[in-house]
Design a protein around this ligand. Structure first.
Ligand code: NAD
Length: 500
């Protein structure tokens, strides 16, 4: 019997029967249920995964790639079911669902193909003090990785951890969001169908209590994606057992528009970056800083484009009911703090949908500018010049992604930003490049998924030195002679010869 209780009033139903009832956010209709995992069941899932991880790790990257490719094909073959679930359970419109599944499979393919390189031993120079030695860094999987996922991209986001952890030889116990449990279970079932001999991907279900139980269940690493507030609790749990943790947290991404930007293209990209998936994108655009010269022309284009879009048609529903309150609060705060709405306003909130809201002149100290809104609300503020734009973009506590529009100085501006990722003349483009690491700085977290660093994130390493030559000078022994000490003095003196 479970010990779980609902954490907030609008959590999905977590009833006596220990079942999580999954609902369509648009209609509230039940779509089915999954059993809630007790702490004991969570521990046993980790123990089972640990056993399966041994043979999985021993397969080697090439053999694992064959299995992961089979999983990829299974997902692609049954895409209709997954796309349907993304629409029903996560409230997405078909185009958003299609993009998400494409991105996830692109990453799965890359991780499987490149894990061998990430695990290859790396030679290091031994240096003067260790002449006669070879030095090598060897990597191996952690064992069992606990992946805790959010609901906004229930396939793409956890895949950034699951695919990369599996490819490097780990087993994974996955706790999907309680709002998208059916999608999480579908992915795990598809893996079991495709790779029946290796039960290295298991799901546990429930709300935050199941997530906390997973953190305490003896996993070797936790990969958490979610809000900064929950991230702090997960870190506190990991601190008890010194379990390493990867934190993919929220964002308040800015787009900077420079004087020589293509304004039509910038407006197109910004409006999509702000409103796609109903604004429920960690690296979606929430703030725009356009330099004075182009501000009015850009705003006109953004207003015109955003004004034509409608929730429920061009993008989907707000999947988590409590988010509606956050969105409303931020719109209220922006207006109360002196901002103006040029598209929509408070009336745009008609749960579970929110029509586009574009706000201008919102003071930088407003909650609406500093905190993650996670809804289809875009703030477009005027910057004196590009330096002002950069400093305002960098002032938020979050530093996940960013976008820059401009010809001459695009790359230079990108390099001045604190964010973990920047797209120049595009939005969230970095998320579609599997070879590029994904992750944030500051309140947006630490560690990386995707790319080589994302594969190595799921490996632990051992540094090995090996004596190859028995040199006559050996100062690291009690038997050292005056000649050994003379060699040490010589090595030390070398540092005095550097140019003053
Ligand atoms: P959330 O923090 O509410 O929940 C995330 C997950 O943590 C869920 O599975 C939840 O059940 C679990 N959880 C809750 N309490 C827990 C606890 N005490 N211990 C362990 N697990 C616990 O986040 P959400 O609302 O599901 O997702 C939205 C957030 O995720 C946004 O802030 C968004 O920006 C962020 N996000 C970040 C990225 C990224 O890559 N940086 C990607 C997607 C979403």
């Amino acid at each position: 019997m479970t010990t779980h209780t609902a954490e907030c009033p609008s959590s999905p139903e977590i009833g006596e029967s220990a079942e999580l009832v999954c609902r369509n956010p648009r209609t509230g209709k039940s779509l089915g249920s999954v059993p809630i995992s007790s702490s004991e069941e969570t521990r046993s899932a980790v123990a089972g995964a640990r056993e399966a991880a041994i043979t999985w790790a021993a397969l080697g990257a090439r053999e694992r790639r064959r299995h992961l490719d089979r999983w990829r094909r299974t997902i692609a073959d049954h895409r209709g079911e997954l796309l349907g679930l993304l629409s029903d359970e996560a409230g997405k419109v078909p185009a958003d669902a299609l993009l998400e599944v494409n991105l996830a499979l692109h990453h799965l393919e890359w991780a499987a193909a490149n894990a061998g390189r990430a695990l290859a031993p790396q030679r290091a120079h031994s240096g003067l003090m260790m002449l006669g030695h070879s030095s090598t860094l060897v990597r191996r999987p952690y064992g069992v990785v606990g992946v805790i996922g959010p609901w906004n991209y229930p396939v793409y986001t956890p895949m950034g951890s699951i695919a990369y952890a599996l490819a490097t030889g780990n087993a994974v116990v996955f706790k999907p969001s309680e709002y998208t449990a059916l999608i999480g279970q579908w992915l795990v079932d598809a893996f079991a169908d495709a790779v029946p001999d290796h039960p290295v991907l298991a799901a546990v279900h429930g709300d935050g209590a199941t997530g906390a139980a997973l953190v305490e269940a003896g996993v070797d690493k936790v990969a958490f994606t979610g809000s900064a507030a929950t991230g702090r609790r997960v870190m506190a749990g990991c601190a008890q057992s010194l379990t390493p943790v990867l934190m993919e947290l929220g964002g308040k991404d800015a787009a900077i528009v420079d004087t020589d930007a293509d304004l039509d293209d910038a407006a197109d990209a910004i409006v999509w970056g702000a409103l796609m998936n109903a604004g429920q994108t960690c690296a979606g655009v929430e703030r725009v800083y356009a330099v004075d010269e182009v501000y009015d022309s850009l705003l006109e284009r953004i207003t015109q484009r955003a004004g034509q879009l409608r929730a429920g048609v061009d993008y989907g529903a707000i999947a988590m009911p409590t988010q509606i309150d956050v969105i409303s609060r931020h719109v209220d705060a922006a207006l109360a703090d002196g901002g103006r709405a040029v598209v929509g306003g408070r009336e745009s909130v008609r749960a579970p949908f929110v029509d586009p809201v574009v706000l201008v002149d919102v003071p930088e100290a407003s909650t609406a500018v500093r905190e993650e809104t996670f809804g289809p609300v875009l703030i477009v503020n005027r910057a004196d010049d590009v330096h002002d734009a950069i400093s305002r973009a960098n002032a938020a506590p979050y530093a996940l992604g960013a976008a820059v529009f401009g010809r001459r100085r695009g790359r230079w501006i990108a390099e001045q930003l604190r964010s973990g990722m920047v797209s120049v003349n595009g939005v969230v483009d970095f998320g579609a490049v599997p070879a590029l690491p994904f992750g944030g700085n500051g309140a947006s977290g630490f560690g990386r998924i995707h790319g080589m660093p994302g594969l190595q994130e799921f490996t632990t390493c051992t540094s090995i030195t090996e004596r190859r030559l028995r040199l006559p000078i050996r100062p690291q022994r009690f038997s050292r002679s005056p000649v050994d000490l003379g060699a040490l003095i010589l090595l030390l003196n070398r540092h005095r010869w550097v140019r003053r």
